[in-house]
Design a protein around this ligand. Structure first.
Ligand code: TXA
Ligand code: MG
Length: 328
C-alpha cells in the first residue's frame, strides 16, 4: 500500500474522522481512541449503543502500559505467543482511558492486529485506534473493502483496501482482568492453545454465560449479532437434504459441506470448506452471497462439534438466533 495513503489515513484520524482499516480478522471502523468526539461519531455511524465497549488496537506491546494497569505476567506470555494476531485481551483499564472506549466498565480490550496495512497505520498514527467491526450494528462483519463501502457508504472518510481478510471471523476475546481466565468470545485462537501457553486452566466460552448480569457486556454476546437480513436456520447434516426437498412455499438457499443431491435443483447452494480455518475465512462472504439471493431462508448445515469449530459455531448460532426471534 502507498505510504501516502497511510499518512492521509493517520491525518484523518488526528482530525477526529473515521477510517476503515483491514485487519486479519475482519475490517475495522477506526477512530482515535483518545478523542471523545471521534468515539461519539464512531458510535453514531455504527448505530451501536454507547454502553458497548470497543477494542483498542495497538502497534506494539510497549503501548499496553498506557491503557492497562496491574498487567499480570500471563499477558506478556500471551502477547509473545499470539501478537500480532487474532487475540483480544481484556485488562484492568488505566485511569486515562475514556468511558466511551470501555462503556464505563473498569476494563479495556486490547489487541495488536496482524495485517501489514493495519500495522503501518498504527505505526504512523502512533497511538491507540478504537475499531469495532466496520458494519452497522447487528449486521455481518465485513471481510472485504467493498463490503465496508456497501454498508457504510460516505459515512466513513476513507476505506483502506487491504484485500480479503485471512481469518474471516472476529478475534478471540480472553478476559485476564481477574484470576479466573475466561474466553468471552471464541475465535480462531483456541482456549486450549491459550491454556498450553499459560499452563493454566481457561474457562471456555459458554453461550449461557453471556446473558448473566455479572459478565462484562460484550455486544458480540447479544444473540442477534452477526446476522444477515435473510433468516438463518441451522440444520443437522442428516436432516439437510430432506429439509431442502420438503420446502414448498419457502425459497431457500444452502451452505453445506456437500453439494446438492437433488438433480437440476435451482436452490442457491454453496459448498463450504471442510477445514475450520478455511470455513471461517469465507463464512461472512458466503452468508453475504446467500443473503443477496432473495430467498426466504438460509439453511446452514451444522458445523462439527469440536474445539476448532467453536468460533464458527458461535457466529452461526447468533445468526440463527435472531431468526428465531424475528419469527415472534
Ligand atoms: O477481530 C476483531 O476483534 C475485530 C477487528 C476489527 O479487530 N473487532 C471487533 O470489534 O470485532 P467489535 O466492536 O465488533 O467487537 C468487540 C467486542 C465486543 O463484543 C465488545 O463488547 C467486546 O469486544 N469488548 C470490548 N471491550 C470490552 C471489555 N472491556 N470487556 C469485555 N468485552 C469487551
Ligand atoms: Mg462487530
Amino acid at each position: 500500500m502507498d505510504s501516502k495513503e497511510i499518512t492521509k489515513a493517520a491525518n484523518l484520524l488526528r482530525e477526529g474522522k473515521l477510517v476503515a482499516l483491514p485487519t486479519e480478522t475482519v475490517y475495522g471502523l477506526g477512530a482515535d481512541a483518545s478523542n471523545r468526539s471521534a468515539l461519539e461519531l464512531l458510535y453514531r455511524i455504527k448505530g451501536r449503543p454507547t454502553s458497548h465497549p470497543v477494542i483498542v488496537h495497538l502497534h506494539d506491546e510497549q503501548q499496553l502500559k498506557h491503557w492497562a494497569i496491574d498487567i499480570p505476567d500471563r499477558v506478556w506470555l500471551l502477547a509473545d505467543a499470539f501478537w500480532p494476531g487474532p487475540l483480544t485481551m481484556v485488562l484492568k483499564r488505566a485511569d486515562s482511558v475514556l468511558d466511551q472506549v470501555t462503556g464505563g466498565q473498569d476494563t479495556v480490550a486490547l489487541r495488536i492486529p496482524n495485517h501489514p496495512v493495519a500495522l503501518a497505520l498504527l505505526k504512523e498514527f502512533g497511538a491507540g485506534i478504537a475499531a469495532p467491526s466496520a458494519n452497522r450494528f447487528g449486521r455481518l462483519s465485513p471481510t472485504k473493502a467493498d463490503d465496508v463501502r456497501k454498508d457504510l457508504g460516505e459515512d466513513v472518510s476513507l476505506v483502506l483496501n487491504g484485500g480479503d481478510c485471512l481469518v474471516g471471523i472476529e478475534s478471540t476475546i480472553v478476559d485476564l482482568s481477574s484470576e479466573n481466565i475466561r474466553i468471552l468470545r471464541p475465535g480462531m485462537i483456541l482456549a486450549s492453545e491459550i491454556e498450553s501457553v499459560l499452563s493454566e486452566p481457561v474457562s471456555a466460552h459458554n453461550a449461557a454465560d453471556s446473558h448473566k448480569s455479572d459478565s462484562p457486556r460484550t455486544s458480540g454476546s447479544l444473540p442477534s449479532h452477526y446476522a444477515p437480513k435473510t433468516p438463518v436456520q441451522i440444520v443437522s447434516s442428516d436432516g439437510l437434504q430432506e429439509r431442502v426437498s420438503t420446502t414448498k412455499e419457502e425459497k431457500v438457499s444452502v451452505l453445506s459441506f456437500r453439494s446438492s443431491l437433488v438433480d437440476g435443483s435451482v436452490t442457491p447452494w454453496i459448498v463450504a470448506p471442510e477445514d475450520a480455518s478455511e470455513y471461517a475465512r469465507c463464512l461472512y462472504s458466503n452468508l453475504r452471497i446467500l443473503d443477496s439471493m432473495n430467498t426466504d431462508l438460509i439453511l446452514v448445515e451444522a458445523a462439527p462439534v469440536s474445539e476448532e469449530w467453536n468460533g464458527v459455531r458461535d457466529r452461526l448460532s447468533r445468526a440463527a438466533h435472531s431468526t428465531q426471534h424475528s419469527k415472534h
